[in-house]
Design a protein around this ligand. Structure first.
Ligand code: ATP
Ligand code: MG
Length: 557
């Protein structure tokens, strides 16, 4: 699959920003990326990061990184560190503008008391079940809490005692007093402070009450003088509440919220809650398992940050929900690596070939091109000898008509080396082919035809005595359905063949010294050295195949 070149970045949010600047509603644009540190970032977050940091850069403004750390029960320092690392890896820098909702806990608390004093918030003693039952439905209004008309002084006293730690989790909440009959359920006296006796990664045990997302987010935006608070569509219904708080509190600025459609990708789950479950239950090896759609996972798989930015640029920003084909992501990765990755030869499933007329003990160093897309990448030498390995798939004993590779009596080219012809097949006791006996044409050195005769296939190969054995991990999509979980049980949709470990891979010696950048294994795809490599055993990850073979596998082809 090929992808159209990216549109020069224009979308409805950028249009709004431009119009606001033109009308001098703001002198500078200030955006923020507000992750909750309850998991690792995934490709969906990359869309939001590129949008927020991208707009700030394009319009000469700034973008804050703000941790939305209002729920200590689920948040951890590990996630905070990983998120900072991932945003930097993606190529963005918040400079000195690193913030936390927890930086504002004192101010947010003061604003809660402000609402109480104004008769716009009350402490509710109902149980969570009672509150849920009284909330009503989309078609029925809610019912007022029996505690709704508490006096200001009593509310203040109870709220302060909540803060002082007098009550257990869930015993009481502070609610905004808005309208239990509102059509928008978010306005039916939403909880704004909850009791949570849990240590917070930053504020420790200073607090045992925490503001809800709704009560912290817009106010944090206002404190930071965010001009455009960009979020995904699921917050559209929260917007009236976002604005209600800004109107009813003495905030220092009035940010505006804009929503865009979240990124969905076929065969991929982009929900931190689900990804957390896969990690916790051992369906993957960790947050950085290369099958995971996390930035840590795709980075380990070898995907360059530039390919991800390119992908995000191409999918664009809109308000309509849609799902992007995972093949498009792979195409962006392939397209970039085609330009940058050095080529090498590696045989994933080796079959030995003995070249009977090649002198025993002779070794030739043959010139090979490092990257046909980049002449500056130069050439290297590849050792050739009498015994080599070729790909098992490149041989068929009884080939169908259009099979052009090795078969009894067939001649093929060995890349950079010689023409060889298959003369004899050696089998073991089970009838398995263990070796091919071939002859070579000494006049075809360099893989050039000596007399104009043509061969229809060029195979990669590795010298048996020079090659190095290593592991290759081939990744397939983590799910068997394009819409994981749509049939009810997402775990049942996990792909049992998402990881295939090849143990007998033979690589050309030059590959032993490659760095962490992905390389191309000729005719196979792009691969990068995994961190699990040791001094004695290399491990490579397949970043992406050369072609989209998964679609074919799915279709049974
Ligand atoms: P998840 O649904 O994966 O749990 P989240 O929205 O709870 O994600 P946050 O940490 O709150 O995770 O997200 C930070 C920002 O990233 C938010 O502004 C959110 O709207 C945005 N975001 C999250 N998922 C996506 C996505 N799939 N596409 C685009 N933006 C996303
Ligand atoms: Mg969220």
């Amino acid at each position: 699959m090929t992808v159209d070149a990216a549109e020069p970045g224009r979308d409805f949010i950028r249009d709004i920003v431009q119009a606001d600047l033109d009308a001098k509603r703001h002198t500078a644009v200030v955006t923020r990326f507000p992750p909750e540190p309850n998991g690792y970032l995934h490709i969906g977050h990359a869309k939001s990061i590129c949008l927020n940091f991208g707009i700030a850069a394009e319009f000469g403004g700034r973008c804050h990184l703000r941790f939305d750390d209002t729920n200590p029960a689920k948040e951890e320092q590990e996630y905070i560190d990983a998120i900072e690392h991932d945003v930097r890896w993606l190529g963005f820098d918040w400079g000195e503008h690193l913030y936390h909702a927890s930086d504002y806990f004192d101010q947010i608390y003061a604003w809660a008391e402000h609402l109480i004093q104004a008769g716009k918030a009350y402490v509710d003693d109902q149980t969570p079940d009672e509150m849920r039952a009284a909330r009503g439905t989309l078609t029925e209004p809610g019912r007022n809490s029996p505690f709704r008309d508490r006096a200001v002084a009593e509310n203040l006293d109870l709220f302060r005692r909540m803060k002082a730690g007098e009550f257990p989790n869930g015993a009481r909440v502070l609610r905004a007093k808005i309208d239990m009959a509102a059509g928008n359920i978010n306005l039916r006296d939403p909880a704004i402070y909850r009791i949570v006796h849990a240590a917070h990664p930053r504020t420790g045990t200073s607090w045992c009450i925490y503001p809800t997302y709704d009560f912290a987010h817009g106010q944090s935006d206002a404190i930071e003088h965010i001009t455009h608070s960009i979020c995904t569509l699921e917050f559209e219904d929260h917007k009236p509440l976002y604005e209600w708080f800004l109107e009813n509190l003495p905030v220092p600025s009035k940010p505006r919220q804009y929503e865009f459609a979240r990124l969905n990708i076929t065969y991929t789950v982009l929900s931190k809650r689900m990804l957390t479950q896969f990690v916790r239950d051992g369906h993957v090896t960790g947050w950085d398992d290369p099958r995971m759609p996390t930035l840590a996972g795709i980075r380990r798989r070898g995907v360059p940050a530039a390919a991800l930015r390119d992908f995000v640029g191409r999918i664009g920003v809109a308000r309509a929900n849609s799902t992007v084909d995972v093949a498009m992501f792979d195409a962006c990765v392939r397209e970039l690596l085609n330009k940058t990755a050095s080529r090498y030869m590696a045989v994933l499933r080796p079959l030995k070939v003995v070249i009977e007329n090649y002198p025993d003990g002779q070794v030739e160093q043959l010139d090979a091109v490092n990257n046909p897309e980049d002449p500056a990448a130069g050439t290297r030498q590849v050792p050739f000898a009498r015994e080599i390995y070729v790909e098992r798939d490149d041989f068929m004993e009884n080939p169908p008509k259009k099979f052009y590779r090795l078969a009894p009596g067939k001649e093929v080219r060995l890349r950079y080396a010689y023409f060889i012809t298959c003369r004899e097949i050696v089998k073991d006791a089970n009838g398995e082919v263990t070796e091919l006996r071939c002859t070579y044409d000494p006049a075809s050195r360099g893989g050039n035809s000596p007399d104009g005769r043509k061969v229809q296939a060029t195979l990669h190969w590795v010298s048996a005595s020079h090659g190095v054995t290593c592991d290759v991990r081939v990744y397939n999509p983590l799910f068997t359905r394009p819409d994981p979980g749509a049939a009810g049980d997402i775990i049942a949709d996990l792909n049992p063949n998402s990881l295939e470990v090849l143990k007998d891979v033979v690589i050309e010696p030059a590959l032993v010294n490659v760095g962490p950048e992905p390389v191309q294994f000729e005719r196979q795809g792009y691969f990068c050295r995994d961190a699990d490599s040791t001094d004695t055993r290399l491990v490579f990850n397949r970043t992406v195949g050369l072609r989209d073979t998964w679609a074919k596998v799915q279709a049974g082809g």
